[in-house]
Design a protein around this ligand. Structure first.
Ligand code: ATP
Ligand code: MG
Length: 256
């Protein structure tokens, strides 16, 4: 069977990206995969809690921090050059331990975080996320799940080029439906397998959403779930097993 080694989760703000990424990671862990969750959203402070982990020191600091990255980019880009951060390919075991938080078979890597006021430029984040993912070699018993920042800016930075599948999480809002059209358009242009994950829906909401969506792309419809909501509110390890997530996990890979 084909394993989707690198899956990217995207969607509008608050649609449920981090929740879906965390639940999918847990399911893949139960299936025996080694799971790397990549947090490429610099203003995300909830994902690690859903995984029951502490926030690891971001990878950005391994490469000298954001200012250093911006400096390198400013030097290279006007000359049309690429910056080179990696000497060779990395596998899971080459990622520096001090930049990972691990529990059971799940490891979390954060690309970068906004620590200080005025550090808000996300360009180096996108650049590092792209370089890291492009450079990462994944074995058959391993999967990578990337949680992205809200919106579609990361598409412009090419973060999804190295991914095998894109999951767009759509909550029942006009904004999500509009965004789905843009994401479909972009994913077709870059030739990526796109699936929609409807979130927080009942049958009425699902029916209404399906009227405005490319239906053949819809993978699952996740209901509003009190346990999911409470885990997000309290900031605790999310331990919710639902069929819809198992269906998504089937798309990524059955058994390791
Ligand atoms: N199916 C669901 N049932 C109940 N609550 C949900 C569900 N999915 C997500 N939520 C809640 O919705 C809120 C937003 O979810 P989440 O943080 O995963 O969204 P996000 O897209 O990652 O947001 P951001 O854009 O801020 O990163 C959280 O409070 C979460 O607990
Ligand atoms: Mg999030």
């Amino acid at each position: 069977m084909v394993i989707k080694m690198k899956t990217l989760v995207c969607g509008k703000g608050g649609s449920g990206k981090s929740t879906v990424a965390a639940l999918l990671a847990k399911s893949m862990d139960r299936r025996g995969y080694r799971v790397l969750v990549v947090d490429s959203d610099e203003s995300n402070y909830g994902l690690h809690r859903l995984l029951g982990l502490d926030l690891p020191e971001p990878l950005m600091s391994f490469f000298g921090g954001k200012k250093e990255m911006i400096g390198k980019m400013m030097k290279a880009f006007p000359k049309g050059e690429q910056i080179k951060l990696f000497d060779g390919k990395w596998g899971f075991d080459d990622i520096p331990r001090e930049h990972l938080a691990t529990k059971n078979g799940i490891s979390l890597l954060a690309i970068g975080k906004i620590h200080d006021f005025g550090e808000g430029c996300a360009c180096p984040m996108g650049a590092l996320a792209k370089m890291f993912l492009d450079n990462l070699e994944v074995k058959e018993s391993e999967v990578v799940i990337v949680d992205t920042e809200a919106g579609i800016e990361h598409f412009g930075r090419g973060v999804e080029q190295g991914c095998d599948m894109i999951l767009a999480v759509l909550d029942p809002t006009y904004e999500s439906l509009q965004l789905s059209k843009k994401i479909l358009d972009i994913s077709q242009k870059i030739g990526k397998d796109l699936r929609f994950v409807l979130n927080r829906v009942d049958s009425d909401r699902e029916e209404a959403m399906l009227k405005s969506l490319a239906n053949d792309r819809v993978a699952v419809a996740i209901p509003e779930d009190k346990r999911i909501f409470m885990a997000g509110l309290v900031g605790e390890d999310i331990d919710v097993r639902i069929d819809e997530i198992e269906k998504l996990a089937d798309l990524v890979g059955a058994k390791a």
